[in-house]
Every structure is written in C-alpha cells, then in structure tokens.
Design a binder for this molecule. Structure first.
Ligand code: HAM
Length: 462
C-alpha cells in the first residue's frame, strides 16, 4: 500500500489489475481508492438524501400551489448581498447571526439571512412600473448562524409572500388567510396550528396610555418578543431596567390580554387606542369572511423580532406549543422608503421548511419515499438488450418514467429489483412472445398480467 502525500489522492491499494497497464500512471490510477469521507455536513446544514428531498419537494409543491391559487407570482434575488442591506433594517439579533466576509473586490458581503430587504430593494427600484398591489412570492434558502436548538438550523428554505402598495386592512387579512391556507393544504387543522396576531400600533397606544415613554419602546419590544423563550425572572428583570419595577409588572400583565372587546372596555376612555381597536375588529371580520377566523387569536405578546414591522403582526405556532414558530410576518410600511426612497405600504410573511416539516412529520403528513418509475422493462435474455432500450426510449418519449437493468440479469432478479425500486408495472420482453411482437405487462402492486401487442401497448401510453 503506497501513500501519496498530495492530500487528494490518498492511497493506492492492491496490486495492479491484469487488465490495467501496469507501467503507466493510468494503470496505477485505476487502483486508487479513497478512504471513507471523514467530514459530515457543517453543524446546522443538511444533506438532502432522496427521501428527505421528497419531503422538501412535497412542502414546496404545496407552497407553490397555494401561491398560485392566491394569484401571487414568483421572483428570486441574489443569495449574496451587500452587508449594509441588513445593517440598515434587519435588527441587531439578525445582524449578529450573519455569515459575512469581505469579497475579492474588498466589498463587505453577507449570505442572505432573510428575503425581505432584497424584496424591498427590488420592488423599490421598479416601483413606478409595477402593477399595484404587487403580490410576489419566493422560496429562498437563507443562512443564519443560529445557536443550535430544536427547529432552528443554520440554513433553511423559507416561503416569502409579500404585498406592496395596499394600506387597507383587507390586505392584512388576505395575507394571514394565505398563510393559514398553506398549512391547511398540507393537511393540518385548527387543532394543530394557531395564528397569534397583534398590532404594534395598538400595543404602542396601550403602553403609552400606561406611561411607557417613546425611547424605551425598542427595549420593551425586545423583552416582549422573547417572552416564553426566556425564564420569567429574566424577562421581568429586563423589563424593570427598561421601564421601572411598577410599570414592568403592568406591561407583563397587559401583553397577556387576549380579548379584543376586553381591551376595548379597559381603554374605552383613551382616544389614541380606539382607532386601533376598530381596525382589528375589521380585520377579524375579514378573517371570518375568508373562512379562517377559527385559527386566529389576539395575542399582544407577538411583536416580532425584526426591526421593520409597523402594524398588524402575526406568527403561526403548533397548537400544543411543542415547536418554535412555523411562520411570522406583518406590515412594514416604512421599509421601502428606508431602502429605496419609495413611500409604499407593504406587508408579508416568511414560513420556514424546518418547523413545518417537523410538525408534519409528527402528524405523519409527509411522504416517506419518492415515487418509483411507471415502468420497469425486463427481458428474459441478454439478446433483448437493444429491444429493452428501444421500448424504454419510446415510453419515455410519451412522458412515462422508465427504468431497466443496466447489466444482464436473470428475469427473476430484474423483477425483484423492479419491485424494490417501487416501479408500478413491469414490461416483460419474453423471447417467444416478443418474436410475435407481443409483450406482457405485469402490475407489480397486485401481480396481475396482460399480454398484448407491443404497438398497441405503446399507443395506449400516448
Ligand atoms: P422570521 O420570523 O425571522 O421572519 O422567519 C420566518 C420563519 O422562518 C420562522 O417562523 C421560522 O419558521 C423560519 N426560520 C427563521 N429562522 C430559521 C432558522 N434558523 N432555522 C429554521 N427556520 C427558521 C423573517 O425572516 C421575515 N423576513 C419574514 C417576512 C417576510 N416578513 C415580511 N415578509
């Protein structure tokens, strides 16, 4: 056994094979064998073997299908962006999770951790020529250097659906109905998923009425956003340092409010609260008309971690509270102005494939394997190899998926492989039938067989 020090070609094993030229490097090369790969994928990154890719494809098919039903059109942007795009508006937490480096041209760049800044930039750049409201969706792979935890990886695919150019609350309702329809179309129901909604403007009006001052809002929202993910004591301590002890307890009680009419009664005398209550009433009545109100709950503790939200915000969770958020979004009316100098209202959501996949798997709602071929072509003798290939080619020409053994094998062996590969039917080329132009079609699910003329069979597959 010879060691080659290049680090790429590791070992030369065995003696030279008789059919190799033992005096040439080509001869030696045919003996190279590579040791098993030591490296696994990076932490938080996934290898998608076919069964996992089948799950991902199932989710993405449902995403695209619902988007089409809501008349959204697909777009994409670059996976690598200028770092400043995220510094401008994504918020400190996300900026701290960026995969970032300086490229060979000296630019500071980052792998996209979210799609919204790219989307806002793209729409702002063509704002005048686009038909409003813009209804676009995308399915980018995103990268965040997250702490390792259940439901959070360092890459994920995220459905993004966004509407631009519509300030009415009907657009907020349309967006949430769309998010709910996505999970519904994957087989989940009201006992599986809950949508928690709030309005940052309502919360701000209520907290202002309680005495929270303008400059403490970012800190207060930061603490509220982490409620339930941080120990209560830690939240109380942080809230106390933001607004003082007395107000801290009050704020923590307020964000537990879940009844809109209750809230309306409590703040009946506060003029600044009333329009936000009215807007939410209208929102809930639209949700009723759209057939999703059973899925929705008011929850003032939903503020969203990202820095750009300005209005109604929402998150979808599994109803038993076992997983992290499935989806999150809301209205961000100022972002297009910040990133592109265009004053257009906007709203949208992101739904990742990780938590959604975990939840669907836990409810046995994901396919376990990818489908096998429509037909497996098998001959009972090596002399039929060309005929097997030609039948396969003709069926593929009619759009059928077809496989066959790539080396001579006994018929029984071919049929065994066809079954384990999940093929639906086998097309048997048997010498005594085939010489009369006939083939036998064997249904591999129930074992039934039918013999017919090859030409009739091929015609029937058009
Ligand atoms: P986000 O809340 O950061 O929002 O992410 C949305 C969803 O993406 C989450 O609810 C979760 O399902 C998934 N997700 C986020 N980070 C990870 C991760 N590290 N691993 C697995 N899944 C993850 C946004 O990104 C906003 N830009 C969404 C948006 C679009 N808002 C308006 N338009």
């Amino acid at each position: 056994m010879t060691e080659i020090a290049s680090g790429k070609l590791w070992r030369v094993r065995h003696e030279i094979l008789p059919d190799c030229d033992s005096h040439s490097w080509r001869g030696i090369y045919c003996r190279l064998s590579f040791p098993p790969m030591a490296q696994a994928a990076l932490p938080g990154f996934r290898d998608f073997y076919p069964s996992e890719l089948a799950e991902r494809a199932h989710i993405m098919r449902a995403w695209r299908d619902v988007m089409r039903r809501y008349a959204f059109v697909e777009y994409d942007g670059p996976p690598l962006e200028p770092l400043d795009l995220y510094r401008a508006k994504s918020g400190d937490e996300l900026v701290g999770q960026l995969y970032t480096f300086t490229d060979k041209g000296g630019r500071e760049v980052a792998l996209r951790p979210e799609m919204t800044p790219t989307f806002a930039r793209m729409v702002a750049a063509r704002a005048n020529s686009l038909r409003k409201p813009v209804r676009w969706f995308s399915i980018p792979q995103l990268f965040r250097y997250e702490r390792q935890q259940k439901g959070r990886l360092r890459e994920h695919f995220q459905l993004n659906a966004d509407i631009v150019g519509e300030g009415s609350v009907a657009a907020d309702a349309e967006l949430l109905a769309l998010a709910i329809d996505v999970v519904r179309s994957l087989g989940l129901g009201v006992s599986d998923v809950v949508a928690r909604v709030s309005d940052r403007r309502l919360l701000q009006a209520v907290l202002t009425a309680e005495g929270v001052s303008g400059d403490s809002f970012p800190d207060v929202y930061g603490v509220i956003d982490k409620l339930g993910r941080e120990p209560v004591d830690v939240s109380r301590e942080k809230m106390t340092s933001a607004v003082g002890a007395a107000l801290a307890d009050r704020v923590l009680v307020i964000v537990n409010h879940s009844g809109l009419e209750d809230l309306a009664k409590t703040y009946a005398g506060v003029e600044a609260v009333a329009p936000h209550v009215d807007r939410l009433r209208e929102y809930f009545s639209h949700l009723q008309a759209l057939g999703v109100s059973d899925w929705v709950k008011l929850d003032l503790s939903i503020v969203r971690g990202l820095a750009y939200y300005t209005g109604i915000v929402f998150e979808l969770f599994d109803a038993r509270g076992e997983f992290r958020a499935i989806c999150g979004g809301g209205r961000y009316d100022a972002l297009l102005n910040t990133l592109g100098g265009v004053d257009l209202p906007a709203l949208g959501f992101g739904m990742g494939d990780v938590v959604l996949g975990d939840l669907l798997r836990s409810r046995r709602l994901l396919p376990t394997t990818s489908a096998g071929a429509d037909f497996w072509i098998a001959g009972d003798h090596e002399c039929l190899t060309s005929s097997v290939m030609s039948v396969a080619t003709r069926l593929r020409g009619h759009g059928r998926s077809v496989e066959y053994a790539l080396k001579p094998q006994q018929l029984a062996r071919q049929l065994k492989t066809a079954s384990s590969a999940g093929a639906a039917s086998a097309v048997l080329l048997l010498r005594d039938q085939f010489s009369d132009g006939q083939v036998t079609i064997k249904n591999l699910r129930d074992g039934s067989e039918q013999t017919l003329l090859l030409e009739d069979f091929i015609d029937s597959q058009r």
